[in-house]
Design a protein around this ligand. Structure first.
Ligand code: HEC
Length: 198
């Protein structure tokens, strides 16, 4: 059997190598190397990554327009300092007694379905406690009421609203509960729970 014949058989046995051409010098005892170029799309990605790496190197290292990690850190610190010093404009973490905020708080109470567990007037029901009496399970200060609405008490059935309400909106609904709702005299109040606290 000649080498020529062998090559033919190999081509015949490997139809998927149909594009390949045996490389002249690379034929050892009938074992030949085929010149099989990779498909165009692979070559495209290959050259693309080289192109990107050159642009990347130029941007971050050679021309140096892009920030390095120390500069990025400096920027983040400056931004955080500016935010801290300006005290997060717009978010008021205090009891809000103006009409507009209290009205918004009432809307939030309705929209978030607080009534399902606390009653339409905060009278409480089989699920949630009365919000109109002087007894509080989690305390009656602004911070404590804000905190229970924000972080909830999932094991006892109180939803955490931090993913649904911004701090500003939690402050409004807290103010509504503490100021407006406090004045309600619901017909069917639930028995007091927790400690007396005014
Ligand atoms: C799925 C039912 C449910 C919903 C909805 C719900 N609550 Fe509650 N809430 C509870 C339960 C139950 C408790 C009592 C938790 C405990 O015993 O620790 C509670 C406790 C509270 C407390 C603390 C009361 C206390 O005595 O310390 C406040 C304030 C409160 N909820 C306000 C709200 C507001 C405002 C909303 C709507 C934004 C709301 N809740 C929605 C079930 C609910």
């Amino acid at each position: 059997m000649t080498i020529e014949n062998n090559q033919d058989t190999m081509h015949g046995n490997h139809p998927e190598n149909g594009h390949g051409h045996a490389m002249d010098e690379h034929n050892y005892d009938g074992i030949e190397e085929l010149d099989n170029p990779p498909p165009g799309w692979i070559m495209f990605i290959f050259y693309l990554t080289i192109g990107i790496s050159i642009l990347y190197g130029a941007y971050y290292f050679w021309i140096g327009i892009g920030p390095d990690q120390h500069q990025e850190y400096e920027r983040a610190v400056l931004k955080a300092q500016a935010q801290y010093e300006s005290g997060q404009p717009g978010v008021q973490m205090v009891l809000l007694s103006d009409e507009v905020s209290l009205a918004e708080g009432k809307t939030i109470y309705a929209d978030m379905n607080c009534a399902a567990c606390h009653g339409a007037e905060g009278e409480g029901n089989a699920i949630g406690p009365n919000l109109t009496d002087d007894y509080w399970i989690h305390g009656c200060s602004f911070e404590e009421v804000f905190n229970i609405i924000k972080n909830g008490e999932p094991l006892k059935g109180m939803t955490a609203f931090k993913t649904q309400l911004s701090d500003e909106r939690i402050a409004k609904v807290t103010s509504y509960v503490m100021l407006t709702m406090k004045e309600y005299n619901p017909a069917n109040p639930k028995d007091p729970q927790g400690e007396k606290c005014e």
